[in-house]
Write a protein that binds this ligand. Structure first.
Ligand code: F6R
Length: 632
């Protein structure tokens, strides 16, 4: 979590850094700060300005500030050590060394005690400040910031991406990482370093992705990359294809709403590389086995040497799907798809549980990890554990060249474009589309899927973007209904089969955005407890499409109605039974069971969005959360 930016160039560093931080605010938003080179009493100094709260507070403070230098660093924080406050905000400056840090220094107690014993005074409660102390001691010996970083490196245990400057080398900036992401942007006579390409694309599209244990020394417009022992490295520059407009709101009030409306395109983009339209068949590309499968980015990683092949996929006996949050719920829907279409047992796990439960991973297992950001710490750790256990691994990520993407053996992409709203939306539906295709490919490889079923399921998937456009019309329904819906004591989301993960997702979205109590339940579990929750102050959202579970779900709905619950049902077409039993009926286009969740996701997202908005919450930046969870 936390977003960092560093800049050297002829533009106003203050402006470039604040613009970059705006694009990274999804990573943390409890305080922010910048340090830019200036002349103070005739001496070069990195002058620090920090503010508690969102970036807007910092921007306000910076309105009157002018800096004379060409170089600076900035940070937007998601607190780990030390409460959100100006004192704990970054950058931290000690003895002329100023730095910003994303991550956690795990041996921070030990370093703090040692520094205290040497008489150091602390200006904050953060672990990050300690690194500034260590560097400022070391730089006195080495006279060079890069050399000081290499000396301090062995002292640091934990996860970190750090950008540091030193007033005695005012044209130098050193960035290094172990864990959280760091990307170098190489512009025309200017350099940007940031946590994410989103903070770079308005300056340049030419980037270098840094790997762990790599350090870049920027000196003016030049840079040199070494490993943590100072050995020079030659790394390719990659040209990225995201455009700067993708990270603007394009007339919507919030990124989340824009991203909800982008979902039909996101699903189409997710499918595009894998569908042979002429033959109406699925052929997954990019798993790591065909000439066209690796793009420039994946060439960067020499560790990707155990390419998955169709042959290997054909011979797997079991699949583990591992992810967190919304990605986990997409994985749960994947279980229904893969087991029913390809007839392979699938286990779905929350990454933080999987990694600590000593999982038994039999030979010939495939571990499929799902992550929009590709940086989620628990998912990354689970992937590493699976590799150690000898499993084949495959990732579904949105952010290319992210840690998870780089480390998995095989790769599939969501292709959703940048997702900036903290609550995941378009990445979720894109993942559902990719999982559909994966299940179909696997079904074919294992001779479980004949041509007719393949065509039928593929047709259904290809039809979803147009159907999704129609479902987006419920935007205005929820905008109007939100004022009533926000008054309920809680909302119970229910569904069966592949629709059950949508109930879980609906409840998660409501909790994280509206801060309202919500539960997601398998409708068949109602009698085992949640029925007791139901009275007239409880709203029930029943996901009840016309599939094989329809009759049973309808009975569950009747039971809820009989206990006084208010009902919104989501079903297929013009369904009078559902209309009769519900207070509001939302009709979805007729579709195969395999793609129903893609359509159903839209109303539950819109519900959470509009209720949160009606309650006056910051929808794009819900309290206590950050988009990229790079710490445990
Ligand atoms: C919820 C949400 C989170 C993420 C989770 C995993 O709206 O966005 O639950 O889904 O933090 O993130 P990724 O997919 O980046 O690993």
């Amino acid at each position: 979590m936390c977003g960092i930016v560093g800049y050297w160039g002829s533009k106003d560093p203050k402006q470039v850094i604040v613009d970059g931080l705006k694009r990274l605010e999804y990573r943390g938003y409890d305080s922010a700060g910048i340090a830019v080179l200036d002349q103070v009493q005739g001496q070069p100094k990195f002058r620090v300005v920090r503010a508690q709260g969102k970036l807007m507070e910092l921007s306000r403070k910076l309105e009157q500030e002018k800096f004379s230098g060409q170089i600076g660093i900035g940070h937007t924080r998601w607190a780990t050590h030390g409460v959100p406050s100006e004192r704990n905000a970054h950058p931290h400056s000690i003895g002329g060394v100023t730095l910003v840090h994303n991550g956690i220094i795990e041996n921070y107690q030990e370093i703090r005690q040692e520094l205290a014993a040497q008489g150091s005074q602390f200006l904050s409660d953060t672990d990050s400040e300690l690194v500034a102390h260590l560097l400022s001691h070391e730089v006195k010996q080495t006279g060079d910031l890069h050399a000081a970083v290499l000396k301090v490196w062995p002292r640091l245990i934990g996860a970190y991406a750090i950008v540091a400057v030193w007033e005695q080398q005012p044209d130098v900036m050193v960035a290094f990482k172990n864990g959280p992401p760091l990307v170098l942007g190489v512009g025309d006579g200017e350099i940007v370093v940031a946590s994410d390409v989103q903070a770079i694309i308005s300056t340049t599209k030419r980037v270098v992705y840094l790997n762990d244990n790599e350090v870049v020394k920027v000196k003016g417009a030049n840079y040199e990359i070494t490993d943590h022992q100072g050995r020079k490295l030659k790394k390719d520059i990659v040209t990225i294809d995201w455009s700067a407009d993708l990270v603007e709101k394009a007339g919507f009030n919030h990124f989340m709403l824009k991203e909800i409306h982008e979902q039909p395109r996101a699903v189409a983009n997710a499918m595009a590389p894998h569908v042979d339209l002429e033959n109406q068949s699925v052929r997954l590309t990019g798993l790591g086995f065909s000439a066209q499968s690796f793009d420039e980015i994946s060439k960067l990683d020499s560790k990707v040497d155990q390419a998955l092949s169709f042959e290997k996929l054909k011979n797997i006996d079991r699949i583990f799907i591992i992810a967190c949050g919304t990605s986990h719920y997409a994985g749960l829907a994947g279980k229904y798809l893969i087991e029913q279409i390809a007839r392979i047992p699938v286990e779905v796990d929350i990454a933080s549980e999987f990694r600590y439960r000593e999982p038994f991973i039999p030979p010939r297992s495939l571990v499929l990890v799902i992550s929009q950001s590709g940086e989620t710490a628990d998912t990354l750790a689970a992937l590493r554990l699976a590799k150690q256990a000898g499993a084949l691994t495959l990732s579904i990520c949105n952010v290319r060249a992210s840690s998870i993407d780089r480390e998995a053996h095989g790769h599939l992409y969501m292709n959703s474009g940048p997702e900036i709203g903290v609550a995941s939306t378009k990445a979720f539906v894109s993942t559902l589309a990719v999982l559909n295709l994966f299940a179909l490919q696997l079904g074919k490889l294992r001779s479980q899927l004949d041509r007719d079923r393949e065509r039928r399921f593929l047709d259904a998937l290809l039809g979803t973007p147009a159907q999704m456009e129609a479902v987006l019309a419920y935007d205005s329904f929820f905008a109007e209904a939100a004022a009533t819906l926000k008054a309920y004591r809680g909302i119970l989301f229910m569904g069966r089969g592949i629709n059950y993960p949508i109930a879980l997702e609906g409840a998660l979205k409501l909790k994280e955005l509206a801060y309202m109590h919500a539960e997601g339940y398998a409708a068949g579990e109602m009698k085992h407890g949640p029925l007791a929750l139901i009275d007239e102050r409880m709203l029930i959202v029943m996901v009840c499409p016309s599939d094989k579970n329809y009759e049973k779900t309808l009975s569950n709905l009747e039971e809820a109605k009989a206990r006084g619950g208010k009902i919104i049902s989501i079903g297929t077409g013009d369904n009078s039974q559902l209309k009769n039993v519900s207070d509001h009926y939302l009709s979805l286009p007729k579709a195969e069971w395999t793609v129903n969740p893609i359509l159903e996701a839209i109303p539950v997202q819109l519900l959470a969005y509009h209720v949160a908005n009606a309650l006056g919450h910051d929808v794009d930046q819900p309290r206590n959360l950050a988009k990229s969870v790079t710490v445990e």
